[in-house]
Design a protein around this ligand. Structure first.
Ligand code: PRX
Length: 656
C-alpha cells in the first residue's frame, strides 16, 4: 500500500512539472485590458524606480516624495522618502469628491442572509465617526490597535479609521483562540481591542467577545475594549465595567468629520502576525506609502479593475489577502467590493455561486483549497446558478494543482475567463508573481512571471540562477515598495530570516522551479511551516501547544499532503510516564491544540509512540516522520539511535 501511495505522490508532482497546456490571453479580454502591451515588463526592468514612481502617482499625496527609494542601509528600505499621505483619504475621501460618492463601496452579505450596502459616502461617514471615537478614547498616532472581528463592514470601518488617525492596526483572525489573541496583544503592546459579541459561521454565533475576555485576563495594558453588537442578545454579553464599551453607543454622538492625519510614507500602517520557524509568530511590519502604491497598482493591473466591476475576494480580512485585496487595493481603486461573512457551504454548498449570481460578481478571487472542495461537491451546485457575469478568476495561498485549475477554468470560468494564479506572502504585502491577464499566457499550476518592477529568480545554494528546468530557492533580488520593513521589535529576526541566505536578496522561504519558458512553479516551503488550506501554521507553534498539555512529554509535528487542504497537520507524541495512550486522550490532545491556537490548527492525525525517531545526537528525524505519515517507504534509518521506533510507527500508520 505504501508503495502505491508513493507512486501516486510522485505522479502528481511529475504531472505538475510536465504540464504543457498553454492558454493564451483571450483576444477580447486583451483588447480591453488595463494592461494590453507586454512592453510594460521591459520598461519597468529598465527603470524600476521610474516604474514605481509612476505607480505611486495613482495615489493622492499631501506632499510629494523627494526620493523614490533609499536602499543605502539594506535590508532596511525606504520608499517615497519624504512623501506624506493618508490611506483612508485615498480609499474613501478622494472617491467621495467624484461621482463615485454614491457608488457601492461594500456590498455585504451576512451568513444568515442579512444584507447591507455602503456607498463610498456611507463609508466616509462611518470611518470619520469611528476615527473620532478612537481619538475620543485617547488613541494617538503610533498606538497599536488590535482588531478581532467577524467579516462585517465594521471591520473595514475600524481599519480605515485606524489609518485615518495614524494608529497601526493588528488584526487577529477571528478563528484564533484566546491564547493566540493574548500573545499578539502583548507583543504589539496594544491598549485598545476592537471586537464584536460574535460572528456567524455555519449557523452559529462564534463567541468572539468571550475569547477576548479570556485573552485579557491579567493584562494590565489594555484599557478599553470596543464591542460591536452582531448577535441578538446584547444582555447576554459580559461587559467589563470601566473597560468595555458598545460600538453603537460610542458612535451615537461622534462628530461626522475627522481630519485625516498626514502620515509619512514610512510610518507604520499595520502589523500582521504570521507563522515562521520558531514558536513565536512574527509581527510583520508594513508602512504607508509603499504598501498602498503596490496594492493599488497590482489590484488595477492583475485584477484588471474597471469602474463597473463587482469584485469579490473570499479571503478573511484576518489574513494578508483580506488586507491587501479585500480592503486597501480595491478601495483605493474605487471598486465595488463584495464581502461575505460566513462559510461556503452554509446553508447549502452553492452559497458562493448564489452570491455571484445575486450581485453579478465579475471578478472572483479564492484559494485552491476552496476550489478542491467545490470540485468534490460537484457541478450540480454550480449548474444551479448563472455565473455569466464573471470575467476574471484568481487564486492564491498555495500551489494549485492542474486538475483544480482546469476545473476552475471550465466550470466557474466557462472557458472564457483568464485565471490569475497570484504568488505572494504576508511579508511581500502585495502580489509579486502572477500573470497580467491581458498579456501573459497561462499554464495550469504555474504562477508564470514576476509583476513588472519585481526582480524574482530561482537560485541554487551558491546564489547562481538555476538553468531552465531546474529547481532552487525563490528569491526577490531588489527591493519593492510593499516589502515588510522589519519584524516588530525584532530587527535581528528580520535580517536572519529573510536576508542572511544571499547578500541583499530577499529569501522567500519557498522552493520553486523555472521551466524552459522561464515560467515559475512553486514546489513548497523550506522552513517548518505547514500550509493548511492556504493558512500558514508553524510546526513549533503546534508542538508547543502539545507539550503544554500535562500528559504530553514530547511532540513532533509535520505536514502531510491532503486532497482538499493541500496539507494537513500530523503529530507524533510521546506521553509522560504512567499515562495511557488511549483513543480518548488522542481526541483530547487534538482538541487541546484547537483550543490553544484555533480550529485551523487541529491536527488531522496523532500517532502515539514510546519514543520519537532521533539521531544519536538527539535530533528528531522529521524526514522519516514525513515518510511514515505519507505512507511512503521509510528512508535511511541507519543513523537512528533506536530503529525499532520506526517499526512501531509504521504499524500504527498501516492499521489506520
Ligand atoms: O508558500 C507560499 C504560499 O503561501 C506562502 C505565504 O503564505 P502567507 O504569508 O500566509 O500568504 C498567503 C497569501 C498571500 C508562500 O510562501 N503561496 C502563496 N501564494 C501561492 C503560494 N504557493 C503557490 N502558489 C501561490 N499562488
Amino acid at each position: 500500500m505504501s508503495v502505491g501511495k508513493e507512486q501516486q505522490a510522485e505522479k502528481s508532482i511529475e504531472a505538475l512539472l510536465e504540464e504543457q497546456r498553454l492558454f493564451e490571453p483571450f483576444e477580447e479580454f486583451r483588447r480591453n485590458a488595463n494592461v494590453s502591451d507586454e512592453s510594460i515588463y521591459e520598461e519597468a526592468s529598465e527603470d524600476r524606480e521610474g516604474f514605481w514612481a509612476k505607480q505611486a502617482e495613482r495615489l493622492d499625496w499631501f506632499e510629494k516624495w523627494d526620493k523614490v527609494l533609499d536602499w543605502s542601509n539594506p535590508p532596511f528600505a525606504k520608499w517615497f522618502v519624504g512623501g506624506k499621505l493618508n490611506v483612508s483619504y485615498n480609499c474613501v475621501d478622494r472617491h467621495v469628491k467624484t461621482w463615485r460618492r454614491n457608488k457601492a463601496a461594500i456590498i455585504w452579505e451576512g451568513e444568515p442572509g442579512d444584507e447591507r450596502v455602503l456607498t463610498y459616502k456611507d463609508l466616509h461617514r462611518e470611518v470619520n465617526k469611528f476615527a473620532n471615537v478612537l481619538k475620543g478614547l485617547g488613541i494617538k498616532k503610533g498606538d497599536r490597535v488590535t482588531v478581532y472581528m467577524p467579516m462585517i463592514p465594521e471591520l473595514v470601518i475600524a481599519l480605515l479609521a485606524c489609518t485615518r488617525i495614524g494608529a497601526p492596526h493588528s488584526v487577529v483572525f477571528g478563528g484564533y483562540s484566546a491564547d493566540s489573541i493574548r500573545q499578539r496583544v502583548e507583543d504589539a503592546e496594544s491598549n485598545l481591542v476592537i471586537t464584536a459579541d460574535g460572528g456567524y459561521r455555519r449557523g452559529n454565533l462564534l463567541p468572539l467577545k468571550n475569547n477576548v475576555d479570556k485573552a485579557l485576563e491579567g493584562n494590565t495594558l489594555v484599557e478599553k475594549v470596543i464591542v460591536y453588537q452582531r448577535g441578538e442578545n446584547p444582555e447576554k454579553v459580559h461587559m467589563e465595567p470601566g473597560r468595555d464599551l458598545w460600538w453603537h453607543e460610542l458612535m451615537e454622538d461622534a462628530e461626522v468629520y475627522c481630519e485625516p492625519e498626514p502620515m509619512d510614507s514610512e510610518d507604520m500602517l499595520f502589523l500582521l502576525y504570521t507563522s515562521g520557524t520558531t514558536g513565536k509568530p512574527k509581527g510583520v511590519v508594513h508602512t504607508t506609502g509603499g504598501y498602498l502604491t503596490s496594492v493599488t497598482s497590482t489590484a488595477h493591473m492583475i485584477f484588471d479593475l474597471k469602474e463597473e466591476d463587482v469584485y469579490w475576494c473570499t479571503a478573511d480580512i484576518g489574513w494578508i489577502t483580506g488586507h491587501s485585496y479585500m480592503v486597501y487595493g480595491p478601495l483605493s481603486n474605487g471598486a465595488s467590493v463584495v464581502m461575505y461573512e460566513g462559510g461556503p457551504d452554509y446553508p447549502e454548498k452553492d452559497r458562493f455561486w448564489e452570491i455571484i449570481e445575486k450581485y453579478g460578481v465579475t471578478i472572483f478571487y479564492t484559494a485552491p483549497t476552496a476550489i478542491r472542495a467545490f470540485m468534490r461537491w460537484g457541478t450540480e451546485w454550480t449548474e444551479k446558478h448563472d455565473l455569466s457575469s464573471l470575467r476574471l478568476l484568481g487564486t492564491v495561498g498555495e500551489p494549485i494543482n492542474p486538475e483544480a485549475w482546469m476545473w476552475y477554468h471550465k466550470y466557474i470560468g466557462n472557458e472564457r475567463c483568464p485565471i490569475v494564479d497570484t504568488w505572494w506572502q504576508t511579508e511581500t504585502g502585495s502580489i509579486l508573481i502572477s500573470p497580467l491577464p491581458g498579456v501573459v499566457s497561462t499554464k495550469p499550476g504555474s504562477i508564470t512571471r514576476a509583476f513588472p518592477g519585481i526582480e524574482a529568480d530561482v537560485l541554487d545554494e551558491h546564489g547562481n540562477s538555476v538553468e531552465p528546468g531546474q529547481g532552487g530557492f525563490l528569491v526577490i533580488k531588489s527591493p519593492w515598495p510593499s516589502m515588510l520593513r522589519t519584524v516588530y521589535n525584532d530587527d535581528q529576526r528580520f535580517i536572519d530570516t529573510y536576508w542572511s541566505n544571499y547578500e541583499n536578496t530577499y529569501f522567500t522561504e519557498d522552493t520553486a522551479r523555472k521551466d524552459e519558458d522561464g515560467y515559475i512553479w512553486i514546489l513548497g516551503r523550506t522552513d517548518d511551516v505547514i500550509n493548511v488550506s492556504g493558512h500558514r501554521i508553524g510546526t513549533m507553534e503546534v508542538e508547543s501547544a502539545f507539550v503544554d498539555h500535562p500528559k504530553v512529554a514530547e511532540a513532533a509535528v509535520i505536514g502531510r499532503s491532503h486532497d482538499i487542504k493541500g496539507q494537513c497537520i500530523v503529530a507524533f507524541i510521546t506521553v509522560k510516564e504512567g499515562v495511557e495512550a488511549t483513543p480518548e486522550l488522542n481526541d483530547e490532545l487534538r482538541q487541546h491544540v484547537a483550543t490553544k491556537i484555533g480550529p485551523i490548527a487541529r491536527p488531522e492525525k496523532v500517532y502515539f509512540s514510546s519514543d520519537l525517531p532521533k539521531t544519536r545526537s538527539g535530533k528528531i528525524m522529521r524526514r522519516l516522520l514525513g515518510d511514515i505519515a505519507e505512507g511512503r517507504v521509510v528512508g535511511d534509518t541507519t543513523t537512528l539511535a533506536d530503529p525499532s521506533v520506526i517499526e512501531q510507527l509504521v504499524k500504527q500508520q498501516q492499521s489506520g
